[in-house]
Design a protein around this ligand. Structure first.
Ligand SMILES: C[S@@+](CC[C@H](N)C(=O)[O-])C[C@H]1O[C@@H](n2cnc3c(N)ncnc32)[C@H](O)[C@@H]1O
Length: 280
């Protein structure tokens, strides 16, 4: 079954912009009211990753909010729409335009914090506009993979609380890209008695020597620079989808080939999501 790249079959509610802000009408002051917003993990690629618990919670909500990143990420919005069409057709999908962000900042931490704050303000406005702020209607986010792993939804909801809105959430766990990778390769995540670091391509160079690592969010091919040629790499792209591609081997033998394959797949599809385990 395929859900990425499928077309959106229902109209998605218009994007909320800054000019619609109820806070502006309130003079920009602190918010008040209560909203129920569930955070539902939907698995990391396959529609069949979604759990019975997730479906149950989803059927209980009225509105699903999604940050619309535009461009080549439109597939991810379509994937959410398809989940609704399949499991909860009564639920409305409201797309909120994601504020732009500097992708090559000098001060990464400060820029990301500011970006999360702007997202929180836009979302608070969307919650008030679509849920009423009196707990009458229930909202949710559908989070790729599991909400606890490299996802900012839970942190952003905390920021919305900091704006003064009471936010009650149920959090539904799900299959992560890490478990999709290890299952696809039929391997354990950790070697017996050994720790595994979970990190990003940008920070792979900070890994303690000899430690196994799962690497996510690698915009390039960080293994070429930061992995030992004798380590094994277990690599996977578009896991759980029809495009799933797997490679494994000694970094010194297959590292270059995987980097070329990744560049080719990205050029072919306009984007890529990949993850890998490095182990010695
Ligand atoms: C923002 S993180 C989200 C992780 C997600 N919350 C999870 O539980 O897996 C996105 C990264 O997860 C990895 N990823 C997510 N889904 C993937 C998939 N289907 N195939 C390969 N990598 C994936 C990639 O490393 C991607 O850059």
């Amino acid at each position: 079954m395929r859900w990425l790249s499928s077309s959106v079959t229902r109209e998605i509610r218009p994007i909320i912009s800054n000019s619609d802000s109820p806070r502006e009408h309130l003079g920009g002051g602190r918010l008040s009211g209560r909203v129920d917003i569930d955070v539902i993990g939907i698995g990391a690629g396959s529609p069949s990753h979604i759990t019975l618990e997730a479906i149950g919670v989803l059927r209980d909500v009225d509105v699903v909010f999604a940050l619309d990143k535009g461009g080549d990420k439109a597939d991810l919005l379509a994937a959410r729409q398809n989940i609704l069409d399949t499991h909860a057709p009564h639920v409305e999908l409201v797309a909120v335009a994601d504020p732009p962000r500097d992708r090559t900042p000098d001060n990464y931490g400060a820029v990301v914090r500011d970006w999360h704050q702007r997202r929180a303000e836009l979302l608070a406005d969307a919650f008030l506009a679509h849920l009423g702020g009196e707990g009458r209607r229930r909202g949710a986010f559908l989070v790729w993979g599991d909400p606890s792993l490299y996802d900012s939804t839970l942190r952003i909801l905390q920021r919305v609380r900091d704006l003064g809105l009471e936010v009650n959430s149920r959090v539904v766990p799900s299959v992560t890209a890490i478990s999709a990778l290890t299952a696809a390769h039929g391997e354990c995540l950790n070697q017996i008695g050994k720790p595994v670091l979970i990190t990003t391509g940008r920070r792979l160079g900070e890994r303690p020597e000899g430690m196994d690592a799962v690497v996510m969010l690698d915009g390039g091919a960080a293994w070429l620079e930061h992995a030992d040629p004798d380590e094994e790499i277990l690599w996977g792209a578009f896991l759980g989808t029809d495009l799933q591609t797997l490679r494994r081997g000694r970094v010194g033998d297959v590292g270059e080939e995987i980097a070329e394959l990744k560049a080719k797949l990205r050029a072919e599809h306009g984007w890529i999501m990949d993850i890998y385990l490095l182990r010695s």
